[in-house]
Design a protein. Structure first.
Length: 606
């Protein structure tokens, strides 16, 4: 059977996963009466809840006696490490662009990677049925983007299709016809995408995606570049330098057939398959026959830019809500995660039983914490820190991101002002249609920690921010942190509504009546810039005199709700987020007030 390998690349929310759904349905991968979930490729709970793709996934369909392997890729820059490697195993890419938003930062990032390795993309303008679609302008923007990314003349001569992934049609004209469904896209793939190039020589496969499967162990997905392989065949694994990591036998070869993975008896060159049975085989490694000495060229993995310390939850409420609380269990879980996720780095923290976890961004680390929390772990997490490094001259360098903010004109002033406070430099500001502006900045990563929530508040939820790692550049100096102090509980027990009501003028609360609190726990935000210890356990003094004023009802202001992302962005260096399966609490790293004062004095002395 003939083969074609394609990836679908696009900015987050431009409709990749929905498009794959329709391709699967219309190619006959499902039976007519089969019940299929919407966005079938987003299989994990967090992907369904957030409506984003976190892990890249492969599938395949058969069209006119040709098997088309399709890889659905993540759109978020935090998971960009996956995208670069996926592109190395396909022969072309479908670039999906929203007909209203046009090319966005992530489109630029993935298209740049695709053009660099010589792929000739097909451009699909999606969502042409949106009321604010500006199809012609978007096509021109895509052309300008390709030109700005140094595309060759061949790459600039890209075919264009228009359509709606949601309504399941593509056509060579924005107005349709709509009755041909996805057939024009399938036919374009067969015409435009070259057959996989097959190299001479013995079996070689490049590892691209990695997962830890409870039944099969490590399963690595990759493309067979040369030769063929059968189960039980002896093989070896070479790293990027050509060093032998291990020798062993392939226990299972799985091929993608629709959304299922089925065991097959032989994998031919050009196909994309998953291999099980090897313990050390990792992404960017080459799996090959025993007589091969040269590894396949692989994309290096981008460095992590953000780190957090994960430690044991040592608060007085530890162990009351989760069942995985010891440092050994936490260590094993983090190492298992690092095994399956190449963009994460896990190292033991000096002088303690904590672990420093470094990744690509807040979203990636936030998703890891949320996943562990749902599995029953209790953790204490530090404020996110940026990974700094020194250049050859000893100058301190920090990661800088390209930030694109789409905002209504009336709110643009406050956005520019806030970004300037965060040491960002503005590169351009231009209208993007419908009284909106698109503002582009280069901003240090540490200035962006926690800005997402503030941006939503400043612009009444109308601004859209997209970020992308740009480069390391010289350190830009101190950035103003949180201006308010916090309210800290001075005793352990259950909070009382009456006490909280009496303390409302001190600042907004983060807890509700009846919640368990302990000494050193953060229960609210102080209206001033210093921390204040308060007692929320004190009940009303009961007397035998009944008066109207004594018995008035207690009406409390609703508390500040802390989500995980908001809490991580809120805390300072001397504070921690306590994460359990049921709660997210904020606390001081040192709970005892006297020990806290000693630590502060020592810090000042240093």
């Amino acid at each position: 059977m003939k083969l074609r390998n394609i990836a679908i690349i696009a900015h987050v929310d431009h409709g990749k996963t929905t498009l794959v759904d329709k391709l699967l349905q219309q190619s006959g991968a499902f039976r007519d009466n089969q019940r299929v979930a919407e966005r079938v490729m987003d299989s994990n709970d967090l992907e369904k809840e957030r409506g984003i793709t976190i892990l890249a996934k492969a599938t395949s369909v058969v069209w006119k006696e040709t098997r088309v392997n399709i890889v659905d890729t993540p759109g978020h820059a935090d998971f960009g490490g996956e995208v670069e490697r996926i592109l190395s195993m396909v022969d072309s890419a479908i670039v999906l662009v929203d007909a209203a938003e046009g090319p966005m930062p992530q489109t630029k990032f993935v298209v740049g990677k695709a053009l660099k390795i010589g792929l000739k993309p097909i451009v699909c303008i999606n969502k042409v049925d949106r009321p604010d679609a500006r199809t012609t302008e978007v096509v021109n923007e895509v052309f300008d983007l390709f030109a700005a990314l140094d595309a060759t003349d061949e790459q600039l001569d890209f075919p264009i299709l228009y359509g709606s992934g949601k309504h399941g049609w593509m056509s060579e004209s924005p107005d349709g016809p709509q009755d041909q469904g996805m057939a024009p896209l399938f036919d374009m793939v067969l015409r435009h995408v070259p057959e996989p190039k097959i190299e001479e020589g013995s079996f070689r496969l490049l590892g691209t995606l990695l997962e830890a499967n409870p039944y099969l162990g490590r399963v690595v997905t990759g493309r067979v570049f040369a030769g063929s392989i059968k189960p039980n065949q002896p093989v070896k694994v070479l790293d990027r330098t050509g060093k032998i990591l291990e020798q062993g036998r392939v226990s299972k070869i799985l091929a993608f057939r629709g959304i299922e993975r089925q065991p097959i008896e032989e994998a031919e060159a050009g196909d994309i398959v998953a291999i099980a049975g090897l313990e050390k085989f990792n992404v960017a490694d080459t799996l090959c026959a025993l007589d091969v000495t040269e590894p396949l060229q692989a994309q290096p993995i981008d460095p992590p830019t953000l780190s957090m310390t994960f430690s044991v939850n040592d608060s007085p409420l530890a162990g009351t809500e989760g069942d995985k609380v010891t440092s050994r269990v936490i260590r094993d879980r983090l190492l298992k995660e690092a095994e399956g996720n190449v963009a994460l780095k896990v190292e033991p923290a000096p002088n303690s039983d904590a672990y420093v976890v470094s990744g690509r961004g807040e979203l990636q680390l936030g998703i890891l914490i949320e996943t562990m929390r749902r599995e029953g772990f209790e953790l204490s997490i530090s404020r996110p820190r940026v990974v700094l490094k020194r250049d050859d001259d000893g100058q301190l360098m920090e990661p800088v991101e390209e930030v694109v903010i789409d905002v209504d004109e009336e709110h643009s002033g406050v956005v520019v002002q806030k970004m300037a406070e965060r040491k960002a430099e503005m590169l351009e500001m231009r209208p993007s249609g419908g009284n909106r502006l698109r503002v582009v900045f280069h901003a240090p990563t540490r200035g962006l920690i926690g800005y997402q929530g503030e941006l939503a508040t400043d612009t009444r939820g109308t601004a859209v921010m997209n970020r992308l790692f740009h480069s390391y550049s010289p350190y830009r100096g101190e950035i103003q942190g949180r201006r308010n102090g916090v309210l800290i509980s001075n005793d352990a027990g259950e909070s009382v509504a009456y006490a909280m009501w009496k303390l409302e003028d001190r600042g907004p609360m983060m807890i509700e009546p009846g919640w368990k609190v302990y000494r050193g726990m953060i229960i609210g935000e102080h209206t001033r810039d210093n921390d204040l210890e308060i007692n929320v356990l004190k009940g009303k003094q009961l007397t035998n005199i009944r008066t109207q004023s004594k018995d008035e009802a207690v009406r409390l202001t609703p508390p500040i709700r802390m989500s995980l992302e908001k809490a991580l962005a809120y805390i300072e260096d001397d504070e921690r987020v306590e994460v359990t399966p049921k709660s997210i609490r904020l606390r001081k790293a040192i709970l005892d007030p006297n020990d806290r004062k000693k630590a502060e004095k020592m810090k000042e002395a240093v």
